[in-house]
Design a binder for this molecule. Sequence first.
Ligand SMILES: Nc1ncnc2c1ncn2[C@@H]1O[C@H](COP(=O)(O)OP(=O)(O)OP(=O)(O)O)[C@@H](O)[C@H]1O
Ligand SMILES: [Mg+2]
Length: 416
Amino acid sequence: MMLEAFKKYKAIRNMDIGEEGYGQVGSVFRDEHDRLWLHLNGKVSKRYAGELTPLIRRTGNEANPFDVDTSDLFTPFAARSRNLERHADFLCLDEAPLVQKEEKLTRTHVSQTSPTPYGEMLAPLFDIFMAPEILNEVLIRTSVPEVLRQEKPLSSGVILYGEGGTGKTALQRAIADVYERAGAHAAELNVAALSEKYIGSLAHNLDAAIAEVIEKTAKSGRPAFIFLDEATSLVMSSESHNSSGADYYQEAVDVLKKYIANYPDLVFSITTNADPESFDDTLIRDGRLAPVRIPAPGRSEKAAMWRFFLKKHEVFEEISEGEALQLADGIPNEKGAFISRFCKDYLARKKLAMETARAASGSLLESLAAGHFIGLDMVKKTLSLDTLMLDIQKALQLRPGKPVKAAMGFLKKSAT
Ligand SMILES: Nc1ncnc2c1ncn2[C@@H]1O[C@H](COP(=O)(O)OP(=O)(O)OP(=O)(O)O)[C@@H](O)[C@H]1O
Ligand SMILES: [Mg+2]
């Protein structure tokens, strides 16, 4: 038997009916719904190496002709279902989410109090499209890996900075969502609201708001993600404020610093459009908050966003990789905010255009009065990728005259 062991490395798809072998690393993995997938180009051999090499047996030629022993299998997360579903090389072994198997897994990987599969907890982040090295940095700095495994945070947070519309706010909200899904806390603090409560008491209100969050973390023993959107005034050094605002904000910055240094259960995130040159040094020194620049999306992130938002807003169910790249190339200077907005409005705009066109005068009012309503299904039938591309170009030309938010010299700098 052991001599057999080294004989064979064979692609799973080439196994004969009745043949058995151990799938090598990478032959079985999970998607974000915790369904298991078999990679038909993965290899089997007679060699068994433990939790990573499941026994696979070919049982026939029909649609799902493999038996895979997944009982003790450790299956790494490897890919998103929507990418897998399109490929003939991947075979889904499960229809329902594998909660039961996951529970087995959790014994060694997370405490038993959290039966939620990792993929489900992380789901909000799968809708954020950023270069992996940027996203990795943000996730590490916001202690997402520890929160997921029910451990103590290792980092105290980030300042997300950069041009408008690149997804800073969306990313921050997704992380907050992941914290809550993982059984930890998330609290959004709003500088404007905290300033209004009692005039002149931003620092005091901020202090009280954070103390409230600490109470929660103390009770539950779980960390908290405290996030502030567009809180430029809280990251700027006193020299960068005009003299009248300096003390007022400095006190609030000092409150932040007090908590960041002394409460390891708190993880902060602040977004800003400000130049990192103006950040308060002591806020980012000694591993307090890590400034991370969120850059404009690259070609492949833009393509992924076109696919995602066109589908989300029911414009096109599926477009090809090449088409998505073509759309990405059509908007060299735009960010995710443009794509998301365009897709969100698209069907309604097309519908309106068709309704208006029915009135001889082109007047919407006349068209409405005459009851020229057109159903969305009808609108969808008229859509094509070519018209979409033309409409994108029109939208670019018709953009409101508002200048693009200043990049403030970010382009030359890097975050770390
Ligand atoms: N990288 C991205 N991934 C996913 N969605 C994105 C991304 N960038 C932008 N979006 C979409 O565009 C919308 C606007 O982006 P968002 O408000 O997060 O940008 P921002 O960087 O916070 O901009 P600002 O600096 O103007 O506040 C988001 O709600 C989201 O739908
Ligand atoms: Mg924002």
